[in-house]
Design a protein around this ligand. Structure first.
Ligand SMILES: [Zn+2]
Length: 504
């Protein structure tokens, strides 16, 4: 007799339905798993055998053959233990109904208890899309699984609980009110607040524009100018996640194993700070068992690259594609995996190797050639994807002491950002984009009409600064965001003038 249990496997952040077929034949006791399993799946043999025996059930005396179908999808991870065990228990006559709409996910310990697995949300979402209406998962994964909504989730602590569920002791269904959960957890106190940053009005405004319009930023300034601190404050002014974004982000953190059982849903936009010594795989993603890199963990949030010119050229070159397309493609031997990676890039750099070019107090010790070489490490194509370029001068002790006005708290800036985002969401609802940074040349024509005065100013600037077409468009996008922040329907002269200050 062949028994079957439904399960799933992830490819990227998507999941495919898998059938675990089990057959026992009269032969020497042995167990084999076929159907393109990776090593973690092959090791299921040992775990499943011990788990079944130690749970007090009998294990077949013949040869056990497990087939994971379809065979052309590579199976990864440890979530196949449970469906395989279920198939074997059925072979041994345990009453578990054959049900095409029921699935099982989970790793087994040798003693039969179920261990938390990675990727539950994408797995359960994939199963639901394949018509599955009931899923059994490890207890610690139950809340995360229930985020998928529209599928019955049962969290079990061990194999015995699942068998008992079908006999006489049903497991309580896990339910999560996802809208309520997101609402309750979206607003939190952030560690870093713009009210702690003295002065630097222009840089702060640039970061506000970046948050509002989804623009990339490059800050250049001496050590001690507060670049890193201001980048950290970015997290406090980003708008809350929409439900769809939260679920997408949760999938990424789920397959990366970064969710905790108590916080199953990502409710805040991520802020990821990456050091230039990190491995390219760690930044971009990939490896033998591909995992999302930092640029994917920063999806819908901020990626901060401090000392951006120190990053390996290879890494900076690879960044161009996600900055353009909002996703990264990772090639492997047989297949390619796509991970979403749409983020706001914030880069920080010193103006020169010694760091003090243009500083009011400390002299720069670099030669002209050194400075040129240093600044040219950022390639043109990468710079083309950065909308806002600003100088962040270090304030002298005297200047710092003389600043008497209180800085505006992040909460107030965030309100303006949220308003501006709403305006954009409404304006672009039929265009398939969310923010001004995504405006294509065609959409720029549609939404960035200029009156005569603004046209004249921009035309003059284009001549004086010899603006390329790309730079011209960047200024239009920034002007659009500045106008949105001030609630203006049309781009006016003052918005263009302000936008011109951020051209680098
Ligand atoms: Zn220098």
């Amino acid at each position: 007799m062949v028994t079957k249990a439904i399960t799933a496997t992830t490819v990227g952040i998507n999941a495919f339905k898998i059938e675990a077929e089990v057959d026992v034949i009269n032969s020497l006791p042995n167990m084999s798993i076929v159907g393109l399993p990776d090593s973690a799946v092959s090791e299921a043999k040992e775990r499943v055998r011990s788990a079944i025996k130690n749970s007090g059930f009998s294990f077949p005396t013949g040869r056990v053959i497990v087939n994971l179908a379809p065979a052309d999808i590579r199976k990864e991870g440890t979530n196949f233990d449970l469906p395989i065990a279920i198939g074997i228990l059925k072979e041994e006559g345990i009453e578990i109904p054959e049900n095409e709409k029921m699935a099982f996910l989970g790793e087994l310990s040798l003693d039969g208890s179920l261990r938390k697995i990675n990727g539950v949300l994408p797995l359960v979402t994939g199963l639901k899309e394949n018509g599955i209406d009931t899923v059994f998962v490890p207890y610690e994964n139950a809340k995360e699984a229930a985020l998928a909504e529209g599928i019955h989730v049962f969290g079990a602590k061990d194999l015995r609980e699942i068998v008992a569920h079908f006999a006489d002791t049903p497991i309580k269904e896990t339910k999560v009110d996802i809208h309520k959960y997101l609402e309750e957890n979206a607003f939190v106190d952030y560690i870093h607040d713009f009210k702690e940053v003295k002065g630097q009005q222009k840089a702060k405004k640039a970061l506000e524009i970046a948050a509002a319009g989804g623009h990339n930023v490059l800050m250049s300034g001496s050590p001690g100018s507060g670049k890193t601190m201001m980048a950290k404050c970015m997290a406090s002014i980003l708008p809350p996640l929409e439900l769809k974004e939260a679920l997408e982000l949760t999938k990424i953190y789920s397959i990366s194993g970064l969710l905790t059982p108590d916080e199953p849903l990502m409710t805040k936009r991520p802020y990821r700070s990456v050091h230039h010594t990190a491995s390219p795989n760690g930044i971009i993603g990939g490896g033998t068992n591909p995992k999302p890199g930092e640029i994917t963990l920063a999806h819908r949030g901020v990626l901060f690259l401090d000392e951006i010119v120190e990053f390996p050229r290879q890494v900076l070159e690879v960044l161009r594609q996600p900055l353009e397309d909002g996703e990264v493609v990772i090639s492997r031997a047989k297949t390619t995996i796509k991970y979403p990676s749409s983020f706001i890039l914030i880069g920080a750099m010193n103006p020169c190797p010694c760091g003090y070019l243009g500083d009011k107090e400390k002299p720069c010790t670099c030669s002209e050639i050194q400075i040129k070489r240093y600044q040219s490490r950022l390639s043109g194509p990468l710079l083309d994807r950065i909308d806002l370029i600003i100088n962040v001068p270090r304030l002298s002790t005297e200047e710092l002491v003389n600043i008497k006005t209180e800085s505006e708290p992040s909460a107030r800036i965030r309100e303006r950002v949220i308003k501006a985002r709403r305006i954009q969401a409404e304006r672009y609802k039929d265009d398939g984009i969310f923010t001004n940074s995504e405006l294509t040349p065609q959409l720029l024509k549609k939404y960035c009409n200029l009156d005569k005065d603004s046209q004249e100013i921009l035309k003059q600037a284009a001549q004086v600064y010899q603006l390329s077409g790309r730079k011209y468009n960047r200024i239009l996008k920034i002007a659009r965001t500045i106008a949105d922040l001030s609630g203006a329907k049309d781009i006016k002269k003052e918005h263009i003038t302000q936008a011109l200050q951020y051209r680098g």
